[in-house]
Design a protein around this ligand. Sequence first.
Ligand SMILES: Cc1cc2nc3c(=O)[nH]c(=O)nc-3n(C[C@H](O)[C@H](O)[C@H](O)COP(=O)(O)OP(=O)(O)OC[C@H]3O[C@@H](n4cnc5c(N)ncnc54)[C@H](O)[C@@H]3O)c2cc1C
Length: 423
Amino acid sequence: MPTTVILGAGIIGTSTAYYLSQQQQQQQAGSGSIHLVEPSPELFASASGFAGGFLAKDWFSPASADLGALSFEEHRRLAEREGGAERWGYAKSTSITLLSEAAARSRERVDLWVRDGASRAEAAGAKPVVGTPPSWLRLADGDQVEVISEEGTVAQIDPLQLSQFLLQKCLDAGVRLHHPAKALSIQTDTRNELSSIRVADTHVSGTETDIPCTNVVIAAGAWSPQVFRTLFPTSGFALPISSLAGHSLVATSPRWTPEHEQPGGSSCHALFLSSRPGYSPEIMSRRVGGGGGGGGNIYVAGLNCAAEPLPDLATDAKRQISRESIETLRETAREVLGEDGVEIIREGLCFRPVTERGTPIVSRVADELLGPGVGTRPAPEGGVYVASGHGPWGISMSLGTGLVMAEMIQGRALSADVSGLSF
Ligand SMILES: Cc1cc2nc3c(=O)[nH]c(=O)nc-3n(C[C@H](O)[C@H](O)[C@H](O)COP(=O)(O)OP(=O)(O)OC[C@H]3O[C@@H](n4cnc5c(N)ncnc54)[C@H](O)[C@@H]3O)c2cc1C
């Protein structure tokens, strides 16, 4: 079984390691040949730990529609099989907006994540109908709620808890986690084919180890271009991925507790507002998994900034939190949730990996792009792969991406058509 080294233990890297280890276990090949490398001292300190966790089945453009639908189904299947409702707060959701906002929205289905201030609700395809407001929403006089999703086509999770669950499954299956550690370089054999990767332990010792491997997956989110540059310094190719920073808040409210849940836990809502210049608030009521007993918290985000520089380490983002942005989110929280008993329990800033075209890259990298004198063995014996650039949909598309990436590495038939997601 060829050894695979996955760079980046966000939800995309972890999900790839999860499916690869599951498939290898089915083949009774063991999973000792999978390595995850993560430099951030704190795990999931980036987008995967700070995202909202909203999932959609069909809010995507044609190139990623198949992957999006597969991933939505994988989320449902995994949650059913592994107790996702209790462990990572998996629940059906309803997407809503306010009737007073309707005129401000265009109904066009577009890819939005390269634009600051755009609302993902613009991609919702359902015919809006007047609905019942969630228990936690404070409505202005005369305002009404409009439902913009079809039944069973949107869901909600806690992305940090799902990421932690996937990582634990990987470790149980024998995946090796190198943390905190960083890949320094690749080595090739006498045929100039990728044969190992040098990884430095960045904790204390700084020890460098060569891991023999023929497969490398770059899943380092917004850091993916710099990982590619480090490993393939003679390549003239730059990964077309940049970053879009986003602030967020997590609140609790006395109007969103276990008593407010409907039987079956399907009372989560995602509220999309768009009538503020350059800012499209997204407010999601989430269940708390991990034995939290239902109820949960409310996530507030939608304030993005493409100019915010990417920190060296995901954990350093804390230092870049803007008080002004947080105050804007707090103001939205006061407006939408009220103030009575509402408590802000977390403030955050994280960086989405975005592509200019608006769809992720889920692809093998052609040997010609790796630089002169660097090649790889033909699939399934070897290859360099990229799984990144998911923009605002990395949680929704995580499981599908992990599954398809594992299939691609093993040279199997793919469960989704990702032909439009290559370079
Ligand atoms: C405010 C906000 C809200 C969001 N809400 C949602 C939502 O509701 N639904 C949804 O589907 N998506 C949402 N997203 C998008 C989603 O969070 C991202 O698309 C997704 O988390 C990307 O996952 P990733 O694993 O590619 O990247 P990350 O989570 O950033 O993980 C990349 C990892 O690579 C590591 N790394 C860095 N340098 C290196 C290196 N040199 N070598 C190896 N590893 C390295 C990082 O430390 C990090 O752990 C949101 C994003 C933001 C910012």
